[in-house]
Ligand binder design. Structure first.
Ligand code: NAD
Length: 490
């Protein structure tokens, strides 16, 4: 680990030095002023500087890997090392390496065509850093959802202040410590605290704010940001459907859906929230899902592969949702026994067959390993059911008929789509990731993230030979002739 004196961008001639980053609105205000001052001194860092910052972030991840895995495991109560490696560590490394590979080409001004009547002028779009970006992160993937937006903002030449979730205190403290060792606080700093700090954070006049979390809090963030006209990216949640078409390979579909739901015990924003399957295939779907869950966790009651629920409050909520559906007459199939799992704050993988539409389970995002399976008459009924709800973050479709697939995709609106699998749309760095409607505003990953945190400044470069002057007063018959000519060629 680099010693303090060798931290990236530490410069003794900088405008002002910051002390250690600790919680609290005062620290936030001080850090924000510090970053703003440094931003003004260096508004457009070179590619080399940005690449060095991304390397520092890679060191945070590489050298902090074991500590992050342990902290996340402790915060959850149990989360498999491999799950954290796949869903956080490897995902972050892949995203940052992708950004490093393309950064120089993304930074170049993009040539834009100039219309005939404006020639020989030239036009371009030049990406420019926005300034100081604030990132508010959730608890469910506490490292990845904090550091990926930060990486995109740093790549775009910004400075970043991160506020991780108070529900993962060990991970938040670990990130604060690792980042403080690799970065000068004028470039990237962490503040830790709860709702009060979150509110002060959202009220800060950042040049861009990123919020990943629930739709309810997202709405508050958008309102606080609006007071400053701070642009916001809202990465929210929602009820993401998995639609099984008549011609789907059931074993493959069930395996993909069960895995997508079981990862992190369903505490995943893009987890399939519920399944829609044809009436005729309902029994087969339920059986295949239960079999797939048993294949993933042959000894679910004892395996460390199955993640715990983050808190007693969340655990009680999920149990309440299942109990309500049971009381309403829905058939419940549990993989794993509640008694054995309770002590570890784990919930059985729970399939809920055809619950009534008015139970809470069908009205709010589940965010746990509980999977309602609803049977529908046909494809049109599935589409109608999706469209009755808010626009989801993800939609999963399983089948072989391309016309049926296109019909579903054309008639539904979702943040992203994965066909014949779950979750993979998130990992493809060339695809933007984000929601639409209630599932969010704006997208990042790959070039989408770079552009999100840049101002793509339109620049018109006039030529000495500009014909524009001929349109200036005093107006004459010749002006009218030129107007006529221009009207013909535009
Ligand atoms: P949350 O909304 O409770 O909290 C998110 C963050 O906001 C935390 O850092 C919290 O401290 C902060 N916060 C809470 N109240 C605040 C306030 N009044 N002002 C400012 N900040 C405040 O969300 P969560 O429970 O941590 O995460 C779960 C939700 O996040 C789910 O709905 C899930 O779908 C969604 N999510 C979305 C994505 C995505 O990328 N779209 C990813 C993960 C999670």
């Amino acid at each position: 680990m680099a010693a303090d004196s060798t931290r990236l961008d530490r410069d003794s001639t900088g405008p002002e030095k910051a002390g250690p980053e600790t919680a609290g609105a005062e620290d936030l205000a001080r850090l924000f002023a510090l970053q703003k001052q440094h931003y003004l001194a260096e508004p457009d860092p070179s590619a080399e500087t940005r690449l060095a910052r991304l390397d520092a972030l890679l060191r945070v991840i590489d050298m902090g890997e074991a500590r992050l895995i342990d902290a996340i495991n402790a915060d959850f109560g149990n989360r498999a090392r491999q799950e954290t490696l796949i869903a956080e560590i490897v995902m972050m490394i892949s995203g940052i390496r992708h950004t490093k590979r393309h950064l120089k080409s993304w930074m170049r001004p993009r040539g834009v065509a100039t219309p005939l009547h404006m020639l020989p002028a030239r036009s371009q779009l030049a990406p420019q850093p926005l300034g100081v970006v604030g990132v508010i992160a959730p608890w469910n993937y506490p490292a990845q959802l904090a550091l990926m937006p930060a990486a995109a903002a740093l790549a775009a030449g910004n400075r970043v202040i991160l506020k991780p979730s108070e529900l993962t205190p060990q991970t938040s403290e670990t990130m604060r410590d690792l980042i403080a060792k690799e970065f000068d606080p004028s470039v990237f700093a962490v503040v830790t605290g709860g709702v009060e700090l979150g509110e002060a954070f959202a009220a800060t006049r950042f040049d861009h704010l990123v919020f990943t979390g629930s739709t309810a809090i997202g709405r508050k963030i958008a309102m606080a940001a609006a007071r400053n006209l701070t642009p916001v990216m809202l990465e929210l949640g929602g009820k993401s459907p998995a639609i099984i078409d008549e011609g789907a390979d059931m074993a493959a579909a069930a395996q993909a859906i069960a895995y997508g739901k079981a990862v992190n015990a369903g505490q995943t924003c893009i987890a399939p929230d519920y399944v829609l399957t044809p009436h005729a295939r309902l029994d087969e779907t339920v059986r295949a899902l239960a079999e797939a869950a048993r294949r993933l966790f042959p000894e679910i009651d004892t395996t460390p592969d199955y993640t715990s629920i983050i808190s007693d409050r969340h655990f009680a909520r999920l149990k309440r949702l299942v109990a309500e559906a049971r009381a309403a007459g829905a058939e419940i199939i549990e993989v794993g026994s509640s008694n054995a799992l309770d002590a570890q704050r784990k919930l059985p993988f729970t399939i809920v067959v055809n619950p009534p539409r008015n139970v809470e389970l069908m009205r709010e995002e589940i965010f746990g390993p509980v999977l309602p399976v609803l049977s529908v008459e046909d494809r049109a009924a599935a589409i109608d059911l999706v469209n009755e709800g808010e626009r989801p973050l993800a939609l999963y479709w399983f089948g072989a008929d391309i016309a049926a697939r296109d019909d579903v995709l054309r008639r539904t609106v979702s943040g992203g789509v994965c066909v014949n699998d779950t979750l993979w749309q998130f990992a493809q760095e060339n695809l933007p990731f984000g929601g639409v409607g209630e599932s969010g505003i704006g997208a990042y990953h790959g070039i989408a993230g770079f552009e999100r945190f840049s101002h793509l400044k339109p620049i018109f470069i006039q030529s000495r030979l500009s014909s524009g002057k001929m349109l200036q007063p005093p107006y004459t018959a010749r002006t009218d002739q030129i107007i006529k000519l221009v009207r013909k060629i535009i």
